[in-house]
Write a protein that binds this ligand. Structure first.
Ligand SMILES: Cc1cc2nc3c(=O)[nH]c(=O)nc-3n(C[C@H](O)[C@H](O)[C@H](O)COP(=O)(O)OP(=O)(O)OC[C@H]3O[C@@H](n4cnc5c(N)ncnc54)[C@H](O)[C@@H]3O)c2cc1C
Length: 425
């Protein structure tokens, strides 16, 4: 009997167990929690955005680190394959805005239950409350795992699917990085990603609770704009969050290592400078005898008025009829480039994913096997792979887990796989 040990009963571990199963093979899943899929349960705000209905090129473009490494694994088990698998497991799906795929029921628990049911049908041995503390490796070949209670479990192949460091309450505490380093595998320094940002100015935190739609966020360093996108963001007690900010963290968060980022919000992206000035002038003409601060309600949400006034050259109690053109134009410029400074990212407790992880240079991209240790595989967020929001991170977990599962079971080829995908990385 061939024994396979999978460390971690999250998205990657559960899916890999299905493809590792087969005649003459006994698959064990060791999960430290008292149930499977704790992080999966909270994905997509409890609805589980399980993949994205996009092309392969769009998928690879949404992967921020080492997208090329995924070429073979994604071709072997694509987003369409994920949807097909879940349909076959009885989970109907729907596609929402941005091609995000969800279970039709809107319940992540259906995704978890369907995987668990299939695991039991395939007689996968599920060991809950079982923390793996180390790998057993002899002469460059994996020989098993050690559990917290001291038990040594022999195995012919081991998959490390322990996730990253984000949301550690779900069980992902970076154990896989430690296992990899112990075997001499390089681990790219991990960092939180898809994570809110901290800002320096007190007027930013004064706006906590304010949410802005259809604004342009720009972030840069030393005068060079590195991020410029439209969307939705919100202000918090520490700085900024929301979809635009999470995306920005994945794209330019690593630049914070070199110093703060200069930020600007275009509060009126639909108007160019001239159009905006005409709009302000119209407000001025209709409210000539009012104080400046009292006419801003038509232009700005109330929480933005005091910060905008504090950054403007116009006094709040100035009568509108006395405002000079140059000050009015400067106010327009402020609305097109509301300034702030990003000083850092929030921590792992608030990060959707972990950037960094086991270096993909250590891993065969077709099989997910470590090049240095025979029989040792890695899949999911433990690898140095991360993507934007939209279902791409779970797709990374499914594709890499499928590749590992298939090859751990003895190298069965899946339907979609061909030698032309066999890119060395
Ligand atoms: C709030 C939130 C929402 C998200 N929403 C989405 C979404 O909608 N769509 C999307 O694509 N991605 C989403 N993600 C990201 C996605 O959840 C992860 O990328 C994905 O779960 C990674 O899967 P994994 O199997 O590699 O790791 P995990 O799901 O983290 O699973 C790892 C498992 O290993 C176990 N484990 C760890 N160490 C040990 C050990 N030593 N012994 C035994 N067991 C161990 C852990 O307990 C855990 O169960 C979200 C993440 C968060 C935090």
């Amino acid at each position: 009997m061939r024994e396979i040990a999978i460390i971690g009963g999250g998205a990657a571990g559960m899916l890999a167990s299905l493809y590792a199963s087969g005649p003459g093979i006994r698959v064990h899943v060791f999960e430290k929690n008292d149930r499977l899929g704790r992080k999966l349960f909270i994905t997509g705000k409890g609805r589980c955005n399980l993949t994205n209905d996009c092309s392969r090129d769009q998928f690879l473009a949404s992967v921020m680190s080492n997208g090329k490494f995924l070429y073979s694994a994604f071709t072997g088990f694509s987003n369409q394959d994920v949807v097909k698998l879940f349909h076959s497991l009885g989970v109907r799906t729907k596609v929402e805005r941005g091609n995000r795929v969800f279970p039709q029921s809107d319940h992540s628990s259906d995704v978890i239950r369907s995987l668990e049911r299939r695991m039991r049908e395939l007689q996968v041995r599920i060991h809950l409350k079982s923390t793996v503390t180390g790998l057993i490796v002899r002469e460059g070949k994996v020989a098993g795992v050690t559990l917290e209670n001291g038990a040594e479990i022999p195995a012919d192949a081991v998959l490390v699917a322990t996730g990253g460091l984000s949301y550690p309450v779900t069980g992902s505490t970076g154990d896989g990085f430690f296992f990899a380093e112990n075997e001499g595998l390089k681990v790219t320094a991990p960092a939180p990603s898809l994570v809110p940002m901290e800002t320096a100015e007190s007027y930013m935190t004064d706006m906590q609770g304010l949410s802005l739609r259809n604004v342009e966020l720009r972030l840069g360093q030393k005068g060079k704009v590195m991020f410029r996108e439209f969307g939705e963001m919100l202000f918090t007690h520490f700085g900024i969050s929301g979809p635009l900010v999470l995306t920005a963290s994945a794209k330019v968060g690593k630049n914070l290592a070199k110093g703060p980022l200069q930020g600007e919000i275009d509060l009126k992206p639909a108007l160019d400078a001239e159009q905006l000035d005409r709009r302000i002038l119209r407000d001025f003409e209709e409210n000539k005898n009012k104080q400046f601060k009292n006419i801003l309600g038509g232009l700005l949400p109330s929480k933005l008025i005091a910060p905008a006034l504090s950054l403007s050259s116009i006094a709040g109690d100035a009568p509108v009829h006395g405002i000079e053109k140059k000050d009015r134009l400067a106010f327009g410029r402020l609305l097109k480039a509301f300034p702030f400074t990003v000083t850092g990212l929030r921590g792992y407790d608030e990060a959707i994913i972990t950037r960094g992880g086991v270096s993909v240079r250590e891993i065969n991209p077709r099989t997910m096997e470590a090049k240095k240790v025979s029989g040792l595989y890695f899949a999911g967020e433990v690898l140095d792979l991360d993507a934007l929001t939209g279902g791409f991170n779970l797709q990374i977990a499914w594709s890499t887990a499928h590749a590992a599962g298939v090859h751990m079971s003895g190298g069965k080829k899946s339907d979609n796989e061909s030698e032309e995908n066999d890119h060395e990385f």
